[in-house]
Design a protein around this ligand. Structure first.
Ligand SMILES: NC(=O)c1ccc[n+]([C@@H]2O[C@H](COP(=O)([O-])OP(=O)(O)OC[C@H]3O[C@@H](n4cnc5c(N)ncnc54)[C@H](O)[C@@H]3O)[C@@H](O)[C@H]2O)c1
Length: 287
């Protein structure tokens, strides 16, 4: 693998994270194959990418021709067969082990033996996902942060079976995409969500116990801790369903009640108030 490694990158799931990963990889000059379950979902992801790039054109940090070239590097589809020629596949489907298990098995059947299979999971065991495919040494975690085009961090997660070669390739790809890889071991929530999600969950308990209003809780953490966003606004950005899935994984896999998801979080998700992506979570988002 040379410094000029230019892998073709497959991205599965064109939602919040998958669209961002596809955008950044294509912006870095890599060919990308973006797939989702249905054409509508792929089209929605491409609309998000186009809107992001259009903003950069307006700000003159990108030319119209560069935007068009980035979009052209992203081929789209709805079947796993489209991933056949990919050197690396990053899955960014919903945070459910059953969903990811199905994706891992399907990907392993279509990609070449030397392709690396990575998961953008926030909390699910890379070791458990690797165990689902032949040659588990080619599986690693590649955990990007939201919004992907803005945030520099990628947690690179080494499962029990991950080979040095696979780990090195994922680190190299992260750097090739302009990101800073940080090595972490395979443990529930890795580092970022092990620390962040209990804080968000506690903020939700505070809100439901009437300790302060949503806005006041966010103000406390912004003004007192110099956080760029309050925890409830951040939860809306991440997606309340994603927050709930991560808390459930921490609770189950670490086995301690301090990770119990706040009932208010469950209620909001049950009501379909998922945050920014559904137009309402703790706050309302118009347009
Ligand atoms: N949202 C965040 O802030 C964030 C941050 C870091 C990591 N993550 C992780 O990234 C992953 C995706 O999260 P998201 O927020 O982008 O979710 P999302 O709900 O925005 O998008 C998920 C996408 O996956 C698609 N999908 C589901 N099953 C599929 C399948 N079998 N084949 C192809 N596509 C399928 C869905 O149609 C949807 O478009 C999760 O594992 C999550 O934990 C999320």
């Amino acid at each position: 693998m040379s410094e000029t490694w230019n892998p073709t990158v497959g991205v599965i799931g064109a939602g919040t994270m998958g669209a961002g990963i596809a955008q950044v990889a294509a912006h870095a000059g890599l060919d990308v194959v973006l797939i989702d379950q249905a054409e509508d979902f792929v089209a929605r992801g491409v609309r998000t990418i186009t809107a992001n790039l259009d903003r950069q054109v307006t700000k003159q940090s990108l030319t119209g021709a560069e935007r068009d070239a980035i979009l052209e590097r992203i081929s789209r589809g709805t079947t796993y067969e489209r991933l056949a020629g990919c050197d690396v596949v990053v899955e960014a489907v919903n945070e459910r082990i059953e969903t990811k298990a199905g994706v891992f098995r399907a990907v392993a059947e279509v990609v070449g033996d030397d392709a690396v299979i990575a998961s953008n999971t926030s909390s699910i065991s890379i070791t458990a996902l690797a165990a689902l495919v032949p040659q588990p040494e080619r599986v690693a975690g590649m955990h990007f942060f939201n919004p992907v085009p803005v945030l520099k961090l990628v947690e690179v997660v080494r499962g029990l079976q991950t080979s040095d070669d696979t780990f090195g390739r994922i680190r190299t790809l992260a750097e090739r995409m302009g990101k800073t890889p940080v090595d972490v071991a395979d443990a529930p929530g890795f580092v970022a969500n092990r620390v962040l999600m209990p804080m968000i969950n506690e903020a939700i308990f505070c809100a439901s116990e009437g300790v302060a209003t949503y806005d006041a809780i966010d103000q406390v953490m912004k003004l007192g801790m110099a956080h760029p966003m309050g925890p409830l606004a951040l939860a809306d950005l991440i997606g309340l369903d994603v927050c709930l899935d991560i808390m459930q994984t921490l609770h189950r896999d670490l086995g301690e009640d301090k990770y119990r998801p706040a009932p208010l979080l469950r209620r909001l998700v049950a009501a379909g108030r998922l945050g920014r992506k559904s137009g309402e979570g703790f706050y309302r988002y118009d347009g």
